[in-house]
Design a protein around this ligand. Structure first.
Ligand SMILES: Cc1cc2nc3c(=O)[nH]c(=O)nc-3n(C[C@H](O)[C@H](O)[C@H](O)COP(=O)(O)OP(=O)(O)OC[C@H]3O[C@@H](n4cnc5c(N)ncnc54)[C@H](O)[C@@H]3O)c2cc1C
Length: 422
């Protein structure tokens, strides 16, 4: 069996280890940090991501730690409803869309790797700094947490070392420096009573001023009887470092939501009650034209860092994991297997990377703001007809690999929730 190294024990690296294990491989994972902790805030696992988790045999555990997404509702800067759609199985998909804490998802994968591959499969405190290779093997340079260095040799290497991947830098030294978009995300969590039905994702605001996305990521969080609510505010700001763990303060942003009036909860109070707030600048990483160098290949954020909008970073990484394991099981030569993976995945994923830089379906809030010149509306159907919004949503869902059930057949998909019980 091919001796494979994986660099990085994020959801992408661990998911790859689990997929390879299903195909009979026993990879070794090298991870910089000395202890894996459930870091990060919420991620939105799309139906195609839940399918991958089910195939990994982890659906029950995943369900227990996450929240089923039922409704997705869009509001303007005054809290007036623009559009709504159902999510996951409630929309007619075969799989659920679920919201989860990114770190808890990673820890679920970690537990499964330890259980299935054994404790020694994950080498913590091992930072990979570069590679050399010949026709049969790849040697990795490793720096241990205590400063010692070591070289290890494997027959093939999958680099899943995240947005700042040193392996991507070595493979593509010609790459332009990533560029700040001008927009920073404030990512926070708040513990509180469920909002609305406890299964809703809310998209609020005039994107020309600021945008806010809110969704629950855990029920009865740490036995509190409350939900852990994830929220993200996007706003133009000075550039900061691209670091998932950078702490921030929301004080400057709260006044931007003075106009928002939603009858069933207070948006500003949600921000004031935050347990934690992180800053994350939206940085443009340029899509790559090749993910393979001989017996080394890129996967997950290392291959296709994208704006963390809509959960596609995690979901695409776990799709990569399945495809690479399939190719390695089908083709003996790892270089050929990696090329087949690159052929299947790179172009469609790069399309998603490009799309994430735009607004995706969130553009409907901009359209409404522009058409109403930033004022409240009387009749949304005159501003943004339901059919026009449906068309936008259907295109987006197809792009990320989950075409909307019923749309081709001309069935109505979007709706407006007025009059229904909150
Ligand atoms: C701490 C953290 C918090 C995050 N929080 C969020 C969030 O709240 N929302 C969101 O949408 N996305 C978040 N992400 C990103 C999200 O996890 C990824 O977009 C997605 O899961 C793809 O995963 P990945 O495994 O490719 O990358 P990552 O999840 O970034 O994992 C990469 C792993 O590689 C390790 N690593 C990096 N360099 C080396 C090296 N040289 N040698 C060995 N190991 C290395 C890192 O320590 C990390 O564990 C976060 C990532 C991190 C690292």
């Amino acid at each position: 069996m091919l001796d494979i190294a994986i660099i990085g024990a994020g959801p992408g690296g661990l998911g790859t280890a689990l997929r390879l294990h299903q195909k009979g491989f026993r990879p070794t994972i090298y991870e910089t940090v000395q202890e894996l902790k459930p870091l990060g805030v919420g991620v939105d696992i799309k139906v195609y991501g839940t399918k991958e988790i089910e195939e990994l045999g982890l659906l029950d555990e995943f369900r227990a730690m996450s929240v089923d997404a039922v409704d997705s509702i869009f509001y303007n800067h005054y809290g007036q409803e623009i559009y709504a759609e159902k999510c996951g199985v409630h929309m007619g998909y075969l799989h659920e869309q679920r919201f989860v804490h990114r770190g808890e998802l990673q820890m679920m994968f970690y537990r499964a790797v330890i259980e299935r591959l054994g404790e020694d499969a994950v080498k913590l405190g091992h930072r990979v700094t570069g590679y050399t290779q010949d026709a049969d093997s790849v040697t990795l340079d490793i720096v241990h947490a205590d400063g010692r260095s070591e070289r290890v040799t494997h027959e093939a290497v999958i680099a899943v070392d995240g947005i700042k991947s040193p392996i991507r830098k070595q493979m593509h030294p010609e790459l332009a420096e990533p560029e700040y978009s001008g927009i920073t995300m404030y990512r926070g969590t708040t513990l509180r009573e469920p909002i609305r039905n406890g299964h809703t994702i809310l998209h609020i605001g005039d994107p020309r001023i600021s945008t806010m996305i809110i969704y629950p990521i855990a029920d009865n969080f740490e036995g509190s009887g409350k939900q852990l609510i994830n929220w993200v505010v996007e706003v133009e700001a000075e550039e900061t470092i691209e670091d998932w763990n950078q702490l921030g303060s929301i004080d400057d942003v709260i006044p931007l939501y003075d106009t928002v009036d939603i009858d069933y909860f207070d948006v500003q109070q949600l921000m004031r009650d935050a347990r934690e707030v992180y800053l994350f600048p939206l940085i443009r990483h340029y899509p790559l034209d090749n993910w393979v160098d001989g017996r080394v290949v890129l996967l997950g954020d290392a291959a296709h860092a994208m704006y963390p909008r809509g959960g596609n970073g995690v979901c695409q990484a776990i799709v990569d994991a399945r495809v690479i394991a399939e190719k390695l099981a089908e083709v003996d030569d790892p270089h050929e297997a990696f090329k087949a993976y690159d052929d299947e995945r790179r172009v469609p994923v790069n399309r998603i990377v490009d799309n994430m830089r735009g607004e995706g379906y969130e553009v409907i809030r901009r359209m409404v703001a522009e058409r109403t010149e930033g004022k409240p509306f009387d009749d949304i159907e005159k501003v943004l007809p339901l059919a026009e919004a449906d068309e936008i949503f259907s295109k987006y869902h197809a792009l990320v690999g989950q075409p909307r059930p019923g749309f081709e057949a001309g069935e109505a998909t979007g709706y407006r929730t007025w009059g229904e019980t909150k």
